[in-house]
Design a protein around this ligand. Sequence first.
Ligand code: TA6
Length: 302
Amino acid sequence: MADISALNLRFGIPGHVTFRDAPGGLAVVEVANNVANATIALQGAHVTNWTPNAAEPVIWLSPAAKFATGKSIRGGVPICWPWFGPHATESAFPGHGFARTVPWEVTEATMLPGGATRLTFRLIENEVTRAQWPHAVQVENHVTVGETLEFDLATRNLGNKEITIGDALHTYFKVGDVRRISIHGLEDCSYLDKVDGGSSKRQSGLVTIMAETDRIYIESTNDCLIDDPVLRRRIRITKRGSRTTVVWNPWIEKAAKMGDFGDNGYLGMVCVESANAANDVVKIAPGGTHHLWVRYQVEPSA
Ligand code: TA6
């Protein structure tokens, strides 16, 4: 269990950065600055809220999310690492890797000159993670909470052999009504359609969602824009170090089966994930670092 008093003593900034206990034995850090506020669970270095001033929350957190040690929180920004989806060969290993369900330590909390706050989290390995991932690495999630929300998920290879990872920010965005949004930036991209047996297809026009959707867009590096006429805003997603974009909404039946989506929760969210997934894995040479860098920004509707 995290020592909240010690965290506040070492990294707390009165009125701005506060650590506190959360349900299920979890610890969270609350960030409040002049431009935004955010909540981040130390388990998974998992952002569960980001609300820029004068805006609705941008990140969706399920009303039925379960907070428990070792379980991923439904909503927010789960980190998939060091693989995306099922493990390539070991079906008993957790889907999307273990980074989202283990504790991360805080190594930095800094107020930046423009008013934003930067926090750095470092993944804590344990016997289970070492057994599933027997490589020497340092994994840090640098989160900058401001008018924009930025992530720099940095994987450094500390060993003497090349390593291969998949990763993603599996971000759940809050939308007014998923049936009315359109996602720009994936036009003409090829994708693997996971609701059609993984068949390969090409996106024609904007992405709209009227049924279960689970797509891995390959070679997609452009900005994506979630255009939301109900909340009258656009969320811009800009990224580097990611060649895959995943778009997911479980729709009615799958959401009901998951049990932590809440009634009609699927209507208020969409995942647009900046990833390296499927064949797009990343090789990191000894001493090298891979950065998955992502920025979210709210813009008025066009
Ligand atoms: O990113 C989309 C996806 O891989 C879906 O296939 C899906 O079921 C999902 O993520 C959620 O996974 P989780 O392990 O969080 O239940």
